[in-house]
Design a protein around this ligand. Structure first.
Ligand SMILES: [Zn+2]
Ligand SMILES: [Zn+2]
Length: 423
């Protein structure tokens, strides 16, 4: 058995809002630089994307796909939206089963679902699960806690949503705004494997693999993935890694237009309409989880650690002091680091501290500060990503607390300061 770094949810270039560079050869190369070994294809329901996959992937043995340069492994995956607008993450064994799944769902498409990256079906969660299973696939909720499209935005438990098919659900995807500690506050989640995936819309390594899973597999195949998700006693998932939930864009309750943050109590008082700009206030992932939280009990014994990550380019960005992560200065330093240490996950997680400092004291200092958790976060909300602030020393970390609180207070303008009557 070997461990593989796996990112199991992305989108292809034909889906809405996705980078035109999101094509197999680019994905394979960038995923390798990130340090991923297995990536899913995304969007196997989309006819043109499926054609692109068939042209660019080779099935090397039963259910194991590789790009032509044999850079990394791919597994077939799609995301489906149900009749409540909830998103489901689906894995399929091979092209013929993907075709079978397409044929069975086609007539339920709200649009021509052969031309959607993320098809919307006139079916509920239970019905979609049934078709997935019939087609030999695996299904679970995508970004389960996200407002609008996460399963917990409309249901109190996974079992309720999937009804008679609930016993076949083995995993839930945490999404960028949650982590294992938060999700395990709901006791009924203890029975599910957690997946941390990027849901990336672009192939660049500050997006792809920004969340990933380290999984023990005999080989990177669909069959082995299925075992890893289902057989929890074997502890096949050895690490979940991803953003600190505060970096996620739906972490706290906030307005979706001006991004002011609200306590759930204030949001209810304001009837979920922002008194400042009349935008809609969206309940944050944290507040939704705390609403449902029913246990302080420790996570189940098979739950792996959750490692909070910041993409390397974002760390370098703070080291060189520029606003844009794609700035030349950032990207050329990023390349230097990758040339020296092979891939990003190595640098963020595995390379010894001494070697990091020896290579580049300035940026290395920021990487080690991140590893030692000297990071403050301005939490995200309402669709606006949170922002990390890395502090080089413990003194700086302490002294920045107040400055950050001040910034945060500006975002929480209404928190406890005005009552409804004052508007
Ligand atoms: Zn989604
Ligand atoms: Zn607003």
């Amino acid at each position: 058995m070997k461990t593989f770094n796996c990112d199991l949810h992305i989108h292809g270039s034909f889906a809405g809002g996705v980078s035109k560079y999101m094509r197999i050869p680019v994905i394979a190369e960038q995923a390798r630089l990130k340090g991923l070994e297995v990536v899913t294809t995304g969007d196997v329901q989309h006819a043109n994307w499926l054609q692109h996959l068939k042209q660019n992937l080779v099935e090397s043995s039963n259910g194991i796909f590789q790009d032509h340069n044999q850079t990394i492994h791919f597994l077939l995956q799609t995301e489906i939206e149900d009749n409540q607008r909830l998103h489901h993450l689906i894995f399929l064994p091979d092209f013929s089963h993907a075709q079978e799944f397409r044929d069975k769902t086609k007539k339920f498409g709200i649009l021509d679902c052969s031309m959607c990256g993320r098809p919307k079906l006139r079916l509920n969660a239970e019905q979609i699960a049934e078709i997935t299973l019939d087609s030999g696939g695996i299904i679970g909720p995508a970004h389960a806690f996200t407002p609008y499209t996460g399963l917990f935005s409309k249901h109190d438990s996974i079992a309720k949503a999937y009804d008679n098919m609930a016993k076949h659900i083995s995993f839930l995807e945490l999404g960028l705004s949650a982590d294992s500690d938060l999700a395990d506050r709901i006791a009924s989640n203890h029975q599910y494997t957690f997946l941390s995936n990027s849901d990336s819309h672009s192939p660049w390594p500050h997006r792809i693999g920004r969340e990933f899973n380290r999984i023990q597999l005999k080989e990177p195949s669909f069959k082995e993935l299925k075992k890893a998700l289902q057989e929890k006693t074997e502890k096949r998932i050895v690490l979940n890694a991803g953003l600190d939930p505060r970096e996620g864009k739906y972490h706290e309750t906030a307005c979706n237009q001006c991004f002011f943050h609200y306590t759930p109590k204030d949001a209810i008082q304001f009837k979920w309409q922002c008194p400042s700009c009349k935008g809609q206030i969206k309940k944050g992932v944290r507040d939704r989880i705390l609403e449902l939280a029913d246990t302080e009990k420790k996570a189940p014994s098979y739950r792996p650690p959750y490692l909070h990550l910041i993409p390397l380019a974002e760390i370098i960005q703070q080291g060189v002091g520029v606003e844009n992560v794609l700035a030349k200065k950032v990207q050329s330093k990023w390349k230097d680091w990758i040339e020296r240490f092979e891939n990003e996950i190595n640098i963020l997680v595995d390379v010894p501290e001494q070697e990091i400092l020896e290579f580049d004291k300035t940026i290395g200092g920021f990487i080690l500060a991140f590893r030692n958790e000297r990071v403050h976060y301005l939490p995200g909300g309402g669709g606006d990503y949170g922002k990390p602030l890395i502090c080089l020393s413990q003194e700086e970390f302490e002294s920045k607390k107040n400055e950050l609180q001040e910034k945060q207070n500006q975002k929480n303008r209404f928190k406890g300061q005005k009552t409804l009557g004052q508007f």
